[in-house]
Design a protein around this ligand. Structure first.
Ligand SMILES: [Fe+2]
Length: 334
């Protein structure tokens, strides 16, 4: 088993690389650190590569990189993968910051590039755009969520943070509640990518900046229940959902086994678990307790949930049952 420490960068393909470079630099606030006609490397302002853009016909996320402990012997990791029956190959010049990596496919067909050492990019002192702290997580849709989760845990060393029922898994490789998510869907595709910002004031600033840039939010601001991150979502020019978040649950100590206590947790302590099918998406904001039908989101929802209205099992259902009873009594009286 490998011991993945963090996500490196996501490689995204796009038919219009110039438009996406403009979006990721001017709106997201990443730095363009290298480019040629068909490829661009983007890093956070703090100098860590986050996104690689490649020109192609379709919008996809074909590769994802992960870091293992610095100094790890990639040849030895290749042997470990071989023993597990996974073919991998050594690749060089992955990005300007990553000299070499081993590459292999996960069960849903994403190529994973695992590296041990990297270099920071040159400092970019220009402050512009939203400027996230880091590339935080990536969510995929795929048919066999259980199979993919098993691979990520058994081969890569991820831990399951939470499940929503049996169709949506949240996995961590660090203290962050999730670095990858897998949502059951007949077709395999990217669901969204997420960047971490510092705090609520950065979320507000992001909302104002997106509005000023004529980019509409598709969901949020909200505080999720699973992971408890405060989040806002929008679509980028390639129609890919992008999330900015802060306040994600933190597992500081794996042996303690609970997420650092927070006042908005439902359980004390908040431990990894399987959340019920009708757990609300959000603690507050659209799709939360007391939401009106006017706040229906247009955002990330599994296909299996799309026909269901937002509801609270504890309040809305009880209220509906009570109204039904009252209405029956009224009918009986009349
Ligand atoms: Fe997310």
């Amino acid at each position: 088993m490998l011991d993945i420490k963090r996500a490196g960068h996501s490689t995204l393909t796009t038919p219009d690389i110039e438009r996406m470079i403009d979006y990721f630099t001017r709106i997201v606030g990443l730095s363009l650190t290298a480019r040629d006609k068909n490829r661009a490397i983007l890093a956070t302002k703090s100098g860590v590569e986050a996104i690689v853009l490649e020109r192609a016909g379709a919008v996809e996320a074909p590769r994802l990189s992960f870091q293992v402990a610095p100094g790890s012997d990639l040849g030895e990791l290749t042997s470990r993968l071989n023993q597990a029956g996974i073919k991998s190959e050594k690749r060089s010049d992955i990005t300007p910051g990553i000299g070499e990596a081993i590459a292999f496919k996960d069960p849903k067909g994403t190529t994973l590039e695992v590296f041990s050492d990297f270099s920071f990019t040159a400092e970019d002192a220009n402050f512009n755009g939203i400027m996230p702290l880091k590339f935080g997580h990536i969510a995929y849709q795929c048919p066999d969520v259980q199979g993919v989760v098993k691979f990520y845990c058994d081969v890569l060393g991820f831990r399951v943070s939470d499940w929503r029922s049996d169709f949506f898994a949240f996995l961590r490789c660090s203290r962050d509640h999730h670095t990858v998510n897998f949502l059951r869907n007949p077709q395999t595709s990217i669901h969204h990518i997420a960047f971490e910002v510092r705090d609520w004031s950065d979320i507000k600033r992001a909302c104002d900046f997106l509005a000023r840039s004529n980019i509409k939010l598709t969901w949020g601001p909200i505080r999720h229940i699973i992971g408890h991150n405060v989040a806002v979502y929008h679509k980028n020019p390639d129609d890919m959902t992008i999330e900015f978040f802060c306040d994600m649950d933190q597992m500081f100590d794996e042996e303690l086994g609970f997420f650092e206590p927070r006042p908005w947790h439902q359980d004390r302590p908040q431990k990894p678990k399987v959340w019920g099918d009708d757990t609300l998406s959000n603690w507050w904001g659209p799709m939360s307790r007391g939401s009106s039908s006017h706040s229906e989101p247009t955002a990330p929802k599994p296909a299996s949930e799309q026909a269901k209205p937002a509801r609270s099992p504890t309040v809305a259902s009880a209220r509906a049952r009570s109204l039904q009873k009252k209405s029956k009594r009224k009918v009986a009286r009349s």
